[in-house]
Design a protein around this ligand. Structure first.
Ligand SMILES: Nc1ncnc2c1ncn2[C@@H]1O[C@H](COP(=O)(O)OP(=O)(O)OP(=O)(O)O)[C@@H](O)[C@H]1O
Ligand SMILES: [Mg+2]
Length: 308
């Protein structure tokens, strides 16, 4: 069920009504994204990705966490065809991404760049949000409807006539997100999407991403340092360290493994850390730890430290 704000946007008079927003379908059982033993070194010899393999199933939401310089952005660039691995395999919706078709990756996977200035290159907002759609060869009425819906959903409709170089950082992020979601790719990849956003914009981005995932079945891969957001965004967490994936498991398992996270220079969500430290202070072994304030408030859960 979409949030109240998303419902309001979808029902507003100016929002195109008869516009499908579902992602491109993929055959049953085929992973949305798959990589195998990926390796990539920059020219100066830095091995940024040192043998990475994992899958993201259709409709799955995965968070990718790791300290600065651990290779997250490099990995995302490999997965979206912006960089080519020195070895290893990438499959998008079952189709292998190779040198000759790397330029076609944008049909199956979309990346929200860590820095929006690297993403937006047209002069004006509407032009930028429509650019990828025109490249798909869509009719102009379809381009218009999709771009308009995406701008509404990203709360950027009011910016559509503005020159890109006049936008604030947060506004650029919203415009970049609109240009990404209107492509309806099977997988949406977000590289630190909330960095630089104010709390209201962060809340809205979370609602929109949850809407795309839960109500429309988009597969997500989200890089974030904001550990409090991870349980809301993802069912599964990958932890990267020095170019390798050192943990891959359900969010609850990874986010409550405080020693593992600290070893990777990460922290659990604040509320999880509070209950972990409280249990240690009281000389108990923490058995069940909440991942959010809502979970901590569930009757008979964190207070009694019992299993869910
Ligand atoms: N263009 C480049 N040329 C050379 N080395 C690079 C380049 N881009 C990144 N690196 C190096 O590759 C490693 C991984 O960088 P990357 O940007 O992938 O890390 P990250 O996990 O995304 O970090 P952050 O959390 O700071 O965004 C780092 O050691 C970085 O210095
Ligand atoms: Mg990065």
């Amino acid at each position: 069920m979409p949030s109240q704000r998303i419902l309001e946007i979808l029902k507003s008079d100016s929002c195109p009504q008869a516009c499908d927003i579902s992602p491109l379908p993929i055959p049953p059982g085929v992973p949305a994204l798959e990589c195998l033993d990926l390796r990539f070194s920059y020219h100066d010899g830095v091995e940024a990705v040192a043998g990475v393999g994992f899958q993201v199933k259709a409709g799955e939401a995965v968070a990718l966490c790791g300290p600065n310089g651990s290779g997250k952005t490099t990995l995302l660039k490999l997965l979206t065809g912006l960089l080519q691995p020195q070895s290893g395999t990438i499959r998008l919706a079952g189709r292998e991404l190779k040198g000759d078709n790397a330029g076609q990756a944008f049909r199956s996977v979309g990346l929200l760049f860590q820095d929006s200035q690297d993403q937006l290159f047209c002069n004006n907002v509407l032009e930028d949000v429509s650019f990828g759609l025109k490249n798909l060869g869509l009719e102009s009425s379809e381009v218009q409807a999709r771009a308009s819906l995406a701008l509404h959903l990203a709360e950027a409709e009011h910016l559509k006539g503005r020159p890109i170089h006049h936008l604030s950082g947060g506004e650029m992020k919203r415009v970049a997100l609109a240009g990404l979601i209107d492509m309806r790719t099977t997988v949406i990849i977000l590289d630190e999407p909330t960095a630089g956003l104010d709390p209201a914009a962060t809340g809205h981005l979370m609602e929109l991403v949850q809407h795309l995932h839960r109500d429309h079945g988009y597969a997500l891969l989200v890089v974030t340092h904001e550990m409090d957001l991870v349980p809301r965004l993802a069912d599964r967490v990958l932890v990267m360290r020095e170019g390798r994936v050192v943990a891959d498991g359900p969010s609850r398992q990874v986010l409550t493994d405080v020693p593992l996270l600290e070893g990777a220079r990460l922290k659990p969500p604040e509320i999880t850390k509070y209950f972990f430290q409280k249990a240690l202070q009281e000389g108990r072994r923490p058995e069940w730890l909440p991942l959010s304030v809502e979970e901590a408030l569930l009757p008979g859960k964190a207070g009694r430290n019992g299993h869910p």
